[in-house]
Structure formats: C-alpha cells, structure tokens
Ligand binder design. Structure first.
Ligand SMILES: [Zn+2]
Length: 452
C-alpha cells in the first residue's frame, strides 16, 4: 500500500509548513510543499493502491524514537511484553524503541541479545534495538558488540530494578576505555543511597518521619545523582568514551553538560523523561507510590530547571524510561517493597505537547535521538528516509485514563490528566499500523541500523 498524506502541517527541522507527503515502498518518496494561499498541488493521479489521507489541520511529525524503555520480555511478562508495549508505543506515536537489559535473564551476552532481537522480529509493531547490559564480569561480551547493529551498552552506576550494578573500579575503567559503542548510564551513587536509607529507617523507628512515597527523594537524593553522574562523566572524558547520561532529574547535574557544541560532535550527552518535567515532590501526596521511580522525582525547582534546559540545549533527548509494573506491585503499604517505575510510552507525546512547542518536541524526541545514536535514515521527514510518520491532532481535548491503557499493566501515572493532543495515525516503515484507535497488525517493525 502507498499513501498520499494530503495537506498536513509538517513539523521538521525547525520549520512548520503545509505540505503533502507521498509514501511508497516503505519510504518517504516525495514531499510537496503547498504554496501559501495557492491551490493544493496534491491532486495528481496515483496507482490504485494509493490511499489518500486528508490531513488538513493535523500535524505531521517524524515517528518518535524512544531510546529508553523496559518492555520486560523475557521473564517479566506478567507486567509487560514486547507485543503489548509496542502497541502502546505506536498508539502514542512512537515508531522505534530501544529496550533495556534488566529482564530475566539479564541481557548480558551476545547470545541473549540475539534472542531478544528474534523475539522482537516476531512480535514488535514498532522498530527496535536492544542494549547489552554491563556487569562486573562480561567485558569479553561487550567488546564483541557490533556498533552498527546494536544501540548501545547499558551501565547501572547505582543499583535499580534488576541489580546490574557495576561497582568495580577496574571494570569501569576498562568499560570506558574499550566499549565499542555508546554507553547509556543510570547514575545514582549506591553508597549515598545506602546511608540515606539507614538514616530514614532510623528516623522512622523514632516516629520522626513516615516512610511513604514522599520520602523517596530523601533516599535517592540529588547528591546521589550528582556524585554518580559526575564520576561517569569524569571517567568518560578521561578514557574517551561516548557517554549518554540517562534520566537527569536534578538542576545540579545540568552544570555537567555543554550546549556550545553541535549534538553530532558531543561525546557527553543527557536525557530526561516526561515525568521529571510534569511531576514534582508535591505530587507524592496525591499519586503516592504510583510515581515512585529511580531516580526519584524531585523538587519544583528541579522541574523548572529541567524544562529550561530543554530550551537551552543542556538536555539532548527525551526518553520515557517506560517501566511497567502491576499496580499491586506499586501500591503496597511499604516504601521498601513498592516497585520503582511506571508505564508512560503511550502518553509521552501528549505530555510533552503540553510542555513545549511542536518544533522543540520533534527535536528532542525525533531528531536528536536519531542524531545521537546515528540511526540510519530515521527521525526526520526527508525524501528517501524510512516512512516512520505520525499525524497528531492538536485541537483534541481529552483525559488520560487507565481505561484506555494499551500497556499490559493497564494503568498510567497520568490517569486523570487533561491533554490537548491526540495521535490519529502512526506509520511504521510506510505501514499504517495505528489509525484512530484501531491497530493494523499485519506487519512487524524492523531492527534499527546505525551509521557508525
Ligand atoms: Zn530505565
């Protein structure tokens, strides 16, 4: 099937203009810019297999590339799996994802990594790549990674879900020196978190604090983040590694990043997530453990600083850290057993569209991940590129609701929030996979390739 997307408002590379796009053989074949106030030029004759989609009044953007997801397969599929979460992805305008290694078993060998690629080829509606996880003893596997075929190495510099902590200094040195591709790091200092935990438990035993969700940023503190991020960056600079620091949650860490060099030349880059821009510590009272995540959601001042950093270029990308858990795994009555993380991939576009204008959204969620990971022909609306495209209605008025969740866990921390955008069409490799709430599931996504 070919498509003619007519009279859309294209948002691409900082420009917004009305155009029609011809999609053929999985690629963006032609972009026809409409003349201002002139008649539409998009009225040619097409082969019978061309479907015309009238996109008048809608925005056409490149498909979102979510560089940071936990789809839980294999091993944790009671929470989520590649099929269900890739459905949630395309419903939210995400056409490519990069999945993290803290599954069961953990993705720490080339063989286990290949098994994930095979699973995705069978099940995923979106395009995909998978990180190889670093551990204290798998450097021989890491150096075998093909940088053209694999998005990167995931490093936990501080424990989180799945316990893949790399804490041996000699291992870190070799990893930063020898990694054949980008290192994506979760940075929180383990020692600081441990000390804070002991302190909070002690205060709780004296009745001086209550161990509810609001304690989380006092356990996983700003200092824990800064200490670990600055250590990772010091090592990356010293040993020449390509380092991407994930989910920046504090104002203080922003001082570690630069905005005076083009993204393609940066060796140290940063990501934040929609929830650090939407929620702050005041939301623990209403949302409780639903918004418990690692790193913790911090203060209002941190949130404001992170939002400003999107405009200033100190933050390079938005990833969701989509990390589904069942609601009953979250809403325990005990701080220490409540799981950290929540689903978010279905709503990242809707939330970000409330916070920034469309050109900046497209830059942070589509262009920049493509540049940063050097993804082959995706992330932009350009002739000859893969037709990963999303139509968005910015005049919608709806409420995010658990009832409409496509993630397997069936709930969202954004439940009850009013939004003004809606994804109506999602194309993956030129296939219309999501159309006004209906999925077309005949085709599968493909493995991302990297020009490195
Ligand atoms: Zn994560």
């Amino acid at each position: 099937m070919n498509y003619y997307i007519k009279n859309a408002t294209l948002v691409n590379e900082g420009q917004t203009f009305v155009a029609s796009v011809f999609v053929s053989d999985g690629k963006i074949a032609k972009i026809i810019r409409e003349k201002e106030d002139g008649p539409s030029t998009g009225s040619g004759t097409f082969a019978p297999s061309t479907q015309v989609i009238d996109a008048t009044g809608k925005y056409l953007i490149p498909g979102i590339i979510d560089e940071h997801v936990h789809f839980r397969e294999p091993g944790l599929t009671h929470k989520a799996d590649i099929y269900t979460e890739s459905r949630a992805a395309v419903a939210g305008g995400v056409t490519s994802f990069m999945d993290m290694p803290n599954t069961v078993p953990q993705t720490t060998t080339q063989e286990l990594l290949q098994q994930k690629f095979d699973l995705a080829a069978e099940k995923s509606l979106a395009n995909y790549s998978f990180y190889l996880g670093a551990t204290n003893d798998n450097l021989d596997e890491i150096v075998k990674t093909d940088p053209k075929q694999v998005c990167g190495i995931k490093l936990f510099m501080g424990s989180s879900t799945g316990n893949m902590l790399v804490d041996k200094n000699e291992v870190l040195v070799r990893l930063f020196r020898e990694s054949p591709c980008l290192i994506a790091a979760h940075c929180e200092d383990e020692q600081t978190i441990h000390e804070n935990t002991v302190c909070c438990k002690d205060l709780a035993s004296k009745g001086e604090v209550i161990l509810d969700a609001s304690i989380h940023p006092f356990v996983r503190t700003m200092e824990a983040c800064y200490r670990s991020s600055s250590k990772a960056i010091d090592m990356a600079e010293k040993f020449g590694a390509r380092l991407h620091v994930l989910h920046i949650s504090t104002q203080k860490e922003l001082s570690l990043f630069r905005n005076d060099i083009p993204l393609k030349d940066k060796k140290i880059t940063s990501e934040t997530c929609p929830h650090y821009l939407w929620f702050d510590n005041h939301d623990y009272e209403g949302k409780g453990f639903a918004i418990k995540c690692n790193p913790a959601i911090k203060s209002h001042r941190d949130k404001e600083a992170l939002l400003q950093a999107l405009h200033d270029g100190l933050i390079d990308t938005i990833g969701t850290d989509h990390a589904p858990h069942l609601l009953e795994e979250k809403m325990t009555d005990d701080y220490f057993t409540s799981k950290s993380g929540f689903p978010s991939i279905q709503h990242s576009l809707e939330i970000m569209a409330e916070l920034v204008d469309m050109p900046l959204l497209v830059q942070l969620m589509c262009h920049n991940p493509a540049i940063l990971y050097q993804i082959d022909r995706r992330g932009f609306i350009r002739e000859g590129y893969h037709a990963d495209l999303v139509l968005v209605d910015l005049n919608a008025n709806g409420c995010i609701s658990n009832v409409n969740e496509y993630s397997k866990c069936g709930w969202s921390p954004y439940d009850g929030i009013q939004v003004h955008s809606k994804v109506t069409h999602t194309f993956v490799n030129g296939n219309l996979v999501f159309e006004n709430g209906i999925f077309h599931e005949e085709e599968r996504g493909v493995r991302l390739c990297f020009n490195r």
